[in-house]
Design a protein around this ligand. Structure first.
Ligand code: FAD
Length: 473
């Protein structure tokens, strides 16, 4: 009998644990459940949904090359998944179902219900840990707790890592033709709730082919300079692989294997650029462990519970200025414009803009988290939530609350020639490079650029007071 492979955010044939296991068991029929209303409720915007859609189309073509039909079902809600999958299994007389685990709470709940439904029907349902080297819960502190701090987590991760954990799973060989037709991928509907139109898909070609090309280009041209260049937004010094990793068009094992090959079999020593890059992949894994181990963060709660008493400000005008890139702080504004125009933002700028919203404007970080998700092509709950809670000092390794980036200093340091500013703020391009970080007040009107929405020192004091009152209270 055939066996089902349920694809979700693992849209690839290569090195896919569940797919490899399914192919060992029998002829494979692939299924994709599109839950647009549910994903909308999770906050995903047009860019991510469009990228997902194109990724599924690319996957369908790749599967066709292996004679694996891909079936599509449109659902409104995760709660419909068990019935939809059981109906397919019964119709095809399938022996069971394979899938790769996802770790945020809703996904975990959905998958548990699916496993129960299959077991109740006397069918197999097998979940595989594919997105991470260690299943959440596998790496624990000496006291048996989930790590809530990155550095000891990372140490444990490296200590316990083995070649076996990083071994690539086989890509299935083509199977005999099945008398089951693939479904045509239904077009992505213009959802009423979709406020935005997706950015041009050519910026982010979907599928494992483009993902592999990017990885190769990164290793060839950027990786060795990564340690020095990764914080410079004017330089394309990072891999820009986040959308591909988020939807599993590329696996972390493929990335780490590529590093081992480039770096004489080492992950942490040898080339500093490659070692720094590996560290980011460990952060990616860490935040997935956090979402699973501390599911309150999936319920819009703070990781540091005491920070929930913080009195965030209601400031619609401030929030709108932040979203639209008119705070009067050029580095913040350039970054926000990059986000809206490209669906991606450089990591250094994600930290600066997030901290600006949470600290300078003292606006609830959850509003920024949602705005990011609405625009990011790589929007991914665990990393996004982790990054936002870090910036707002409510999270795991949260920046201590008194650490408040001065956006102008950050700008001078990480965009010293003002190149990134000129690219995204053409109204400032005519200024000498050094003046772009804080345009002279008397020229703002002529330039058509707004004055700073808050004074850095005053805003800093306000944030410090707000956080200090938490301690007192
Ligand atoms: P590289 O520097 O090449 O890093 C390689 C990979 O490591 C990335 O593709 C990503 O998968 C992972 N990674 C890197 N940094 C981090 C990090 N700090 N946390 C977790 N994983 C990381 N990343 C997302 O993938 N999706 C998000 O929605 C997201 N939201 C963020 C929000 C905020 C406020 C912050 C501060 C960071 C966020 N990040 C997010 C993490 C990081 O900014 C991006 O992963 C990175 O900028 C992607 O660019 P890259 O692929 O060139 O990264």
């Amino acid at each position: 009998p055939p066996v089902l492979m349920w694809f979700r955010s693992d849209l690839r044939l290569a090195d896919n644990a569940a797919l490899a296991a399914a192919a060992r068991q029998g002829p494979v029929v692939a299924v994709f459940l599109r839950c647009l209303p549910h994903w909308r409720r999770h906050g995903h915007g047009a860019n991510k949904l469009d990228f997902w859609h194109r990724g599924v189309a690319a996957l369908g073509e790749a599967l066709a090359g292996l004679n694996i039909p891909l079936l599509h079902r449109d659902l409104n809600d995760f709660a419909q998944a068990p019935a939809a999958l059981l109906a397919i299994a019964r119709e095809l007389g399938a022996a069971g179902l394979h899938f790769n685990h996802e770790y945020p709470l809703d996904e975990v709940t959905r998958d548990r219900a699916v496993v129960e439904a299959f077991q109740g029907a006397g069918l197999g349902a097998w979940g595989h840990h594919d997105r991470v080297a260690f299943a959440p819960g596998e790496l624990l502190t000496g006291k048996g707790d989930v790590y809530g701090v990155f550095t000891p987590f990372s140490r444990a991760w490296h200590r316990r890592l083995s070649g076996e954990r990083l071994a690539l799973h086989d890509t299935p060989a083509p199977q005999a033709h099945l008398p089951i037709a693939a479904d045509a991928l239904p077009a992505l509907p213009a959802l009423p709730a979709l406020e935005d139109t997706p950015i041009d898909g050519r910026q982010w070609p979907a599928g494992e082919g483009p993902a592999a090309d990017r990885l190769e280009r990164f290793l060839r041209f950027r990786a060795r300079h990564y340690a020095e260049q990764r914080d410079m937004p004017a330089i394309r010094g990072t891999s820009e692989l986040s959308p591909y990793l988020a939807l599993g068009m590329l696996s972390h094992r493929q990335c780490l294997q590529a590093v081992l090959t480039e770096n004489n079999g080492r992950l942490t020593e040898g080339d500093p650029g490659l070692a720094a890059w590996v560290n980011e992949l460990v952060w990616r894994e860490f935040y997935q462990h956090i979402a699973f181990g501390f599911p309150r963060v999936c319920r819009h709660r703070a990781f540091q519970v005491h920070t929930e008493r913080l009195a965030w400000r209601d400031d619609e005008a401030g929030f709108a200025a932040w979203c639209e890139g008119r705070t009067g702080y050029p580095i913040v504004d350039a970054a926000m414009r990059q986000l809206v125009a490209t669906g991606w933002m450089h990591n250094r700028l994600r930290m600066i803009t997030a901290m600006f919203l949470a600290k300078h404007l003292l606006i609830d970080w959850r509003r920024g988290e949602a705005f990011f998700l609405r625009h990011l092509v790589d929007g991914e709950f665990c990393a996004n939530n982790g990054g936002w809670q870090w910036a707002a000092s409510t999270g795991t390794d949260a920046a201590p609350y008194f650490r408040i980036f001065n956006p102008t200093t950050q700008s001078r340091r990480f965009d010293p020639n003002g190149r990134f500013l000129a690219e995204w703020l053409p109204e400032l391009a005519a200024l000498p490079a050094k003046a772009r970080h804080a345009p002279p007040r008397d020229r703002l009107r002529e330039l058509g650029y707004p004055p700073p929405i808050v004074d850095h020192r005053a805003a800093r004091t306000r944030a410090l007071d707000a956080f200090a009152s938490l301690k007192a209270g």
